[in-house]
Design a protein around this ligand. Structure first.
Ligand code: GLN
Length: 209
């Protein structure tokens, strides 16, 4: 069965996320059609969703203004997967520590925007991420990234930390990363978020199950 993926396209690396979803699907022999989401009415047709980075204040305003926010909440409430990256994680969080962001409350974490400081605006780090298909470190690209400050008492679990601070989390059907998994050829994070128990890494040949 072909899957429909949605990439929230109000801002950010839309094409890169679409390509990463396609690579992760192909590595599992799955077919996927990717749709860009700029207006309401598309999310209900999607089996899985990615919410890219960008500027969290802008993304939040547009999602609420366009009526997309309640649709994303309904998607997650139905148990369907969402990958929220960088500013997407800030918007999906339960506390952005910034009044200009109206959080979706889908990942029970508090975040600190731009947590890694000015000198380290942008950097790459080899991360050990729980649940990845193999033990190879994940090459994580951070760009003015948030850090996770606090994790709620419920289901949310930290998947990876950097510099002593959590930077990847899972809360039920939602995976949130402070970094940009769409910016490397390694699609294991998309595989983890969308194809649970993924056994294929980005380098794996295309195989049917
Ligand atoms: N610094 C941005 C914010 O706080 C996030 C940056 C990003 O998504 N790369 O919204």
């Amino acid at each position: 069965m072909s899957l429909t993926a949605g990439v929230v396209a109000v801002q950010g690396d839309v094409e890169e996320h679409a390509a990463a979803i396609e690579r992760a699907a192909a590595a599992r022999g799955r077919e996927v059609a990717v749709r860009e989401i700029r207006e309401s009415g598309i999310v209900p047709d999607c089996d899985l969703l990615a919410m890219p980075g960008g500027e969290s204040t802008t993304i939040s305003r547009l999602l609420h203004g366009e009526g997309i926010a309640p649709e994303i909440r309904a998607h997650v409430a139905a148990g369907k997967p969402l990958l929220a990256t960088c500013a997407g994680l800030i918007v999906a969080s339960s506390d952005a520590n910034d009044d200009r962001v109206e959080e979706l409350g889908l990942v029970d974490v508090a975040v600190e925007r731009n947590a890694f400081g000015r000198q380290k605006d942008s950097f790459e780090a080899p991360l050990s991420v729980d649940g990845l298909a193999d033990d190879e470190p994940y090459p994580a690209v951070f760009i003015r990234a948030p850090a996770i400050d606090a994790v709620g008492d419920g289901d949310a679990e930290v998947l990876a930390s950097w510099d002593g601070r959590p930077v990847a989390v899972r809360d039920g059907p939602v995976v949130g990363t402070a970094f940009h998994p769409e910016l490397t050829p390694d699609s294991r994070i998309h595989g983890l978020a969308f194809f649970e128990n993924d056994t294929a890494s980005a380098a794996a040949p295309e195989t049917a199950e």
